[in-house]
Design a binder for this molecule. Structure first.
Ligand code: AHR
Length: 499
């Protein structure tokens, strides 16, 4: 049985460039993200590059990560950047934000220099999330001075040189605050914006206008937060520091085990993932009331599936670690298609989190390392980065549920770059294969290319240390001049590169 769908690629209806930073990542100091995940230490038996797990560095590089957010998340709210600079053997061990959840301490082996070294290894732009809750604006200003000011200029920049980096790092993206409506100080939107203004005014005095500040946005669909924070923003006539972006965080999940879900839970999660579209549209509509020229970018700097933890290889030792099946890969692909199709609005997004945590691309421990199905999605979608968006109009079967928008059984997005067209597709049905009839307007993609399909007979399938390649994409040649029909297995993600 197959469900039939029509897909029209409208080359004349582009929304512009797909920001590469939509394909961003997030790696917080939490559970096993760093220690025994990304970081194994220079003396480890595990092959490493200056302390970072080599297999992960090599794999991550391949998907061209554009931007990486650090050090939190909530971790940022009690982070003192000075704990993470200087000789590693002298770093203080601290009780960190997550201690009450997992009783693990922070060794500070990965600090500013290590993190920025990792970014350089993999080619990602760093995005620092600064503490706006428990330190002063001066403390953060000093961090910016330490990382960004010219060589030899001040005591702090000379300290940077003594710690191994005389040239400035030029960190451009600075999130000021994280989830200030919650763990980040239980602030009202008005208080959050006043604090943000105070911090950014002070920090901006260092390097006027050259930093991209991101303010704390809403929790999920809390559009009232967005309106109230921007009402406060609009009251300030002379903005010392321009706001580059406003964040929003949205996680979707189900109560069940990520490896053991029912048909209903498959669709329940996909409905929740599809809600991202409303989050983006409704926040932008609220932002437009205050920022009609769209000078402030929408930044979805935490998103992903949040299931019951304890299902990853560490069996609960790594906080929030979960396995990822084809269902999570489908969520990743649907979400990236939503971002591509809203590229006029979403300028950065960061999937949470890179390793041994929520919706991770990697699971690792000791000698073991595995790429999850989510990794393959980012690999298959990477050619969208910086491409010119092509409108992808879908007509497909829909599923209805309560007050949700009907869930289309086909998700698609397309872009063109360097003479090649990338078309990414998701068959949301866990019951039927999809038969997709492709047509074009205002142009046509080159007929020949490749199609890469990520699927598995068993949609619960995961990659683990024992069978690391159970869910692996397969690539074959395609010639659309011969047939305009694309058939996808149930619950499959596909990427066509034409030209
Ligand atoms: O990603 C895990 C946590 O989720 C982050 O620390 C926090 O910002 C969010 O609530």
């Amino acid at each position: 049985m197959a469900h039939k769908a029509d897909l029209l690629l409208d080359f004349g209806a582009s929304l512009g460039e797909i920001s590469p930073m939509i394909y961003g990542h997030f790696a917080e100091h939490i559970g096993g993200v760093y220690y025994d995940g990304l970081w194994v230490g220079e003396d480890s038996k595990v092959e490493n590059i200056r302390g970072f797990r080599k297999a992960l560095v090599d794999s991550f590089k391949k998907i061209s990560p554009p931007v990486l957010r650090w050090p939190g998340g909530c971790f940022a709210e009690t982070y003192d950047w000075r704990d993470g600079i200087g000789p590693r053997e002298n770093q203080p061990e601290r009780v960190n934000w997550w201690y009450s959840s997992d009783h693990r301490t922070e060794s500070n082996q990965v600090g500013t220099h290590e993190f920025l070294d990792f970014c350089e290894m993999v080619g990602a732009e760093p995005y620092f999330a600064a503490n706006m809750t428990s330190v002063s604006p001066l403390h953060i200003r000093n961090w910016v001075e330490y990382v960004n000011m010219p060589e030899g200029l001040t005591t702090l920049t000379r300290e940077r040189a003594r710690n191994g980096h005389s040239a400035p790092f030029n960190v451009k993206y600075w999130g000021i605050g994280n989830e200030n409506w919650g763990g980040g100080g239980q602030m009202s939107p008005e208080m959050c914006m006043r604090e943000y203004m105070r911090y950014t005014a002070v920090i901006n005095s260092l390097d006027r206008g050259n930093l991209n500040f991101i303010t704390c946005g809403a929790n999920g669909h809390d559009v009232e937060w967005t309106r109230r924070i921007l009402t406060e923003w609009a009251k300030t006539k002379y903005h010392e520091a321009p706001t580059w972006g406003m964040s929003v965080h949205y996680y979707c999940g189900t109560a069940g085990n990520p490896e053991d879900f029912t048909r209903d839970q498959w669709y329940e999660l996909l409905f929740k993932a599809d809600f991202m579209q409303r989050i983006v549209d409704d926040h932008r509509a609220a932002m437009d009331e205050f920022d009609p020229d769209r000078k402030i970018a929408l930044v979805v700097d935490e998103w992903g599936c949040w299931h019951k933890d304890g299902t990853g290889p560490s069996k609960g030792y790594n906080l929030f670690e979960q396995q990822s099946s084809m269902r999570d890969a489908v969520v990743a692909a649907m979400t990236l298609n939503i971002f591509n199709n809203r590229c006029d609005v979403v300028k950065m997004a960061n999937v949470a989190q890179l390793c041994n945590n929520l919706h991770s691309l990697y699971l690792a421990g000791g000698e073991h390392f595995v790429e999850t199905p989510n990794y393959h999605v980012f690999d298959m979608f990477k050619t969208h980065q910086g491409g010119k968006h092509i409108a992808a109009r879908v007509r497909a079967d829909k599923m209805e549920k309560d007050s949700c928008r009907p869930l289309s059984m086909l998700s698609a997005s397309a872009s063109e770059k360097d003479g090649k067209v990338t078309l990414t597709l998701v068959n949301l049905s866990c019951d039927e294969e999809a038969e997709i009839n492709l047509s074009c307007a205002g142009g046509a993609p080159p007929g020949k290319g490749t199609i890469t399909v990520l699927c598995h007979q068993d949609l619960h399938a995961v990659n683990d240390f024992e069978t690391p390649t159970r869910v692996t994409p397969e690539e074959k040649k395609i010639d659309l001049a011969c047939s305009k029909t694309i058939t996808l297995p149930k619950g499959a993600v596909a990427s066509l590169i034409l030209g």
